[in-house]
Design a protein around this ligand. Structure first.
Ligand code: PEP
Ligand code: MN
Length: 381
């Protein structure tokens, strides 16, 4: 840390700052210019409060020279980290696809989606049991019942499972049923929650906050890791900007920046960042091309009737097409990605039935949130 004194700072002021540094057992190195004196602090700066030093007389500004995050920092851990979860591993060399509905709606729905995403190459099943919705009147999730369905679907398909946790009781419940805990964008700076998921020792996917800087995001990861949990996966899910054509603005440069700053794996969520199923495939490809370790994609058997985030959810066919199209991008960046097979007949039938409802206009009912209809293609209108 460097303390820059105001031009022509009084000697008394300089001595007061030096005394305060030395009183904490650190040493101060003075560099006197013609006008400005700079004080370098050597030692464990966590013993020193920058806020307090800033109010000393004649202090102009304080410049940190090392980041406040250590455990997530690549400088202290140059090798990239691989996080193991269930039957899969997220990190260098492979592309992990996490896919599934925004929200777990029923056991039948989840099983059907789980089989379809597995057949198309996903290794992690996503599904929200606790939904932090913008409106308190929107579907809030099935809670523990939803977690049980996730566990069943994971066991039946062999997929690892991930669920968002929004509170301490949700963490307590989720650790019994799923393989990865997700901390959502709205909770990225819920420090009590971060510490709690840290204490579980389980893999944690930490989404970037809506307005969070990369430093704030890494400090949030540090909260989890400082509880003794090294299993953190970062997820870029778009940030708020002035642009309104997409739900958020996908900051793919965050992947490149994170590669330089941190050893943690980073995945990209093209669903929440764009808000439209139309933009998910190109952004997913771009994410792989810039060397993300994985993707999180919302997939639904019947997006027009989804209880949340229908407009950004891919159908099974779109998802399968996307994973096929991702293959050459994986090869370009040297990541392995195996597509195990095709969508099962059973799942195709389930989805075709939903698609027929839409085609014949049955779908446009009271139960379809207007935004689901608005964004999708003519066949839905
Ligand atoms: C989600 O993954 O369903 C979700 C709510 O995401 P985010 O926290 O990125 O909004
Ligand atoms: Mn969602």
């Amino acid at each position: 840390m460097i303390i820059i004194m105001k031009p022509c700072a009084a000697q008394d002021s300089i001595s007061a700052v030096v005394a305060s540094i030395e009183a904490k057992g650190l040493s101060a190195h003075l560099s006197r210019g013609e006008e400005v004196t700079i004080i370098g602090v050597v030692g464990d700066k966590s013993k020193l409060s920058t806020e307090n030093l800033a109010v000393y007389k004649d202090v102009d500004r304080i410049v940190p020279v090392t980041e406040s995050y250590k455990l997530s920092n690549k400088k202290f851990h140059p090798e990239p980290t691989t996080v193991k979860a269930g039957n899969t591993a997220i990190g260098p060399g492979s592309l992990t696809i996490m896919a599934g509905p925004c929200a777990v709606e029923s056991e039948e729905q989840l099983m059907c989606i789980a089989r379809a995403v597995k057949a198309a190459g996903a290794t992690v099943l996503r599904g929200g049991a606790y939904k932090p919705r913008t409106s308190p009147y929107s579907f809030q999730g099935l809670e523990e019942e939803g977690l049980r369905y996730m566990q069943t679907a994971g066991k039946e398909t062999g997929l690892a499972t991930i669920c968002e946790v929004v509170s301490l009781p949700a963490v307590e419940a989720a650790v019994k049923y799923v393989d990865i805990l997700q901390v959502g964008a709205r909770n990225m700076q819920n420090f009590i929650l971060l510490k709690e998921v840290g204490r579980t020792g389980m893999p944690v996917l930490l989404k970037r906050g809506l307005c969070a800087t990369i430093d704030e995001w890494l400090n949030a990861a540090e909260y989890i890791m400082s509880e003794g949990n090294p299993n953190v996966i970062l997820c870029e899910r778009g940030i708020r900007t002035y642009e309104t054509a997409t739900r958020n603005t996908l900051d793919l440069s965050a992947v490149a920046v994170m590669r330089e700053k941190s050893h943690l794996p980073i995945i990209v969520d093209p669903s929440h960042s764009t808000g439209s199923y139309k933009y998910v495939p190109p952004m997913a490809k771009a994410a792989v091309a810039c060397d993300a370790d994985g993707l999180m994609i919302e997939v639904h058997n019947d997006p027009a009737h989804a209880l949340s985030d229908g407009p950004q959810s891919l159908t099974f066919q779109h998802f399968e097409q996307l994973t096929r199209e991702l293959k050459p991008f994986c090869e370009l960046v040297g990541r392995s990605f195996v597509i195990p097979g095709n969508i099962t007949d059973e799942n195709a039938a389930f989805q075709n039935a939903a698609a027929e409802n839409i085609a014949f206009g049955n779908a446009v009912s009271e139960s379809v949130p207007p935004e689901n209809i608005a964004i999708r293609d003519p066949e839905v209108k």
